[in-house]
Design a protein around this ligand. Structure first.
Ligand code: ASN
Length: 333
C-alpha cells in the first residue's frame, strides 16, 4: 500500500513542479525603442537601464521573469487586459495612471520636453502654432500635449514606437516631437539630428507597475523593497550611470579616432600604466554615490586603454599632491 502511495506521489511530482514553474514565471512587458531604458542592441538582445534594474530586482527577490518588448502602448494594454503581469517601461507615475495601475516607488526623475532637428529650433510653445508635433501613443507626453494643443494651435500626430517618431521628424513629416528628456539626450549623444531648446515639464518620475486590484500587487511591494536596497548599496546609481553614459563614451571615442588616422594603434611600452587624476573635479572626475570615480576624464581614459589594449590603474589625489609625484607616467586632470 505504502509503495502504491509513493508511486502515485512520484507520478504527481513532475506535474506539480511543471505547473508550479509555469505559474511562477512573471511576465513583464516593456517599450521597444526607448534607449537608454530599453533597446535592441547590435547583438539582437534587449539592453538598458530598465532591463538591468528588473534583472537585479528579480535576483534579489528570486523572481523568475520573462520579458517582452511590444512597445509602450501595447505593453500598457497587455497589462490592463491581463495578458501580462507587470510593466517596466520607463512608465511615468501620474495620478491618472494610479487609477488603473498600482505603481512602485520611483527610480528615475525625468521631464518631457520638445525637440526638433538642429536647423529648425523651437524655443517656446507659441512657435508650435500651425505645426505638427509627434508623440508616442498612450504616453504621459501625449497627455501633456493634448492639454495645451488648443491653446497653442498645433496638431498632434501619434506613433507606436520612438524610432518611427524620430524618423518622421527627420523626414519633415512632423515639425517637432515630445519625449522623455533622457531619451532625447541619449539620441543626441548617439549623433542623431535632434536639438532641445526649451525647458521640460515635470509630469512624473519612472516607476514599475501592475494592474490595480490584480493578484500581482505583491510584486510592487517586493519591487519597492529591492529598490530601497539598491538605492542604499549604490547599485541603482551604478546601473543608471552606466546606461546614461554609454552613448557619451562611444561618441567621444568616435570623434577621437576620426581626428587621427582611424584605427591607428600606438605600441604601448608597458602593459599597465598608473594614471593619476584629481580627486574632485566634476564633471571630469568625481566620486558617485557608490564611492566610485567617474566622469568625462575617467570614461575617456578607460576607452583609450581599451582601444589601445593596455591596462590602467587610476589613483586619485588632491591636485597639488599629485604634481609632486615623480613615478607617474601620465597626468590626467
Ligand atoms: N515615459 C513614458 C510614459 O510613461 C513611457 C515610455 O515612453 N516608455 O508615458
Amino acid at each position: 500500500m505504502k509503495k502504491k502511495i509513493l508511486a502515485f506521489l512520484l507520478f504527481l511530482f513532475p506535474l506539480f513542479s511543471l505547473g508550479y514553474a509555469n505559474a511562477d514565471t512573471i511576465k513583464i512587458v516593456s517599450d521597444t525603442a526607448y534607449a537608454p531604458f530599453e533597446f535592441k542592441d547590435t547583438d539582437q538582445t534587449y539592453k538598458g537601464i530598465d532591463v538591468d534594474i528588473i534583472n537585479k530586482v528579480a535576483e534579489i527577490k528570486g523572481w523568475n521573469i520573462q520579458m517582452s518588448y511590444p512597445g509602450f502602448d501595447a505593453a500598457v494594454n497587455a497589462v490592463q487586459a491581463g495578458q501580462a503581469d507587470a510593466i517596466m517601461a520607463g512608465m511615468t507615475k501620474t495620478k491618472e495612471r494610479e487609477n488603473v495601475f498600482t505603481m512602485s516607488d520611483t527610480y528615475y526623475d525625468t521631464k518631457v520636453v520638445i525637440a526638433t532637428t538642429k536647423s529648425n529650433k523651437i524655443t517656446k510653445y507659441e512657435e508650435l502654432s500651425g505645426k505638427t508635433v509627434g508623440v508616442k501613443n498612450g504616453t504621459a507626453a501625449q497627455r501633456f500635449l493634448e492639454s495645451i494643443k488648443d491653446k497653442y494651435g498645433f496638431t498632434i500626430k501619434t506613433f507606436d514606437t520612438g524610432d518611427l517618431m524620430n524618423n518622421s521628424l527627420s523626414t519633415g513629416a512632423v515639425n517637432a516631437i515630445m519625449d522623455d528628456k533622457p531619451v532625447i539626450e541619449y539620441a543626441i549623444n548617439q549623433g542623431q539630428d535632434l536639438s532641445i531648446n526649451m525647458d521640460g515639464e515635470a509630469v512624473g518620475s519612472f516607476a514599475f507597475g501592475v494592474k490595480k486590484g490584480s493578484k500581482y500587487e505583491y510584486l510592487v511591494t517586493e519591487f519597492n523593497e529591492a529598490l530601497a536596497q539598491m538605492k542604499k548599496d549604490g547599485s541603482l546609481d551604478q546601473i543608471i550611470n552606466k546606461g546614461t553614459n554609454s552613448s557619451k563614451t562611444s561618441s567621444q571615442v568616435t570623434s577621437l579616432t576620426s581626428t587621427t588616422s582611424a584605427g591607428q594603434k600606438a605600441t604601448p611600452v608597458k602593459s599597465k600604466y598608473v594614471i593619476a587624476s584629481d580627486s574632485s573635479f566634476a564633471p571630469f572626475v568625481f566620486q558617485n554615490s557608490s564611492n566610485q570615480y567617474t566622469g568625462i576624464d575617467m570614461d575617456l581614459i578607460k576607452a583609450i586603454a581599451e582601444d589601445q589594449a593596455f591596462e590602467i590603474e587610476i589613483i586619485t589625489q588632491d591636485l597639488t599632491l599629485l604634481l609632486t609625484q615623480f613615478n607617474l607616467v601620465k597626468l590626467m586632470v
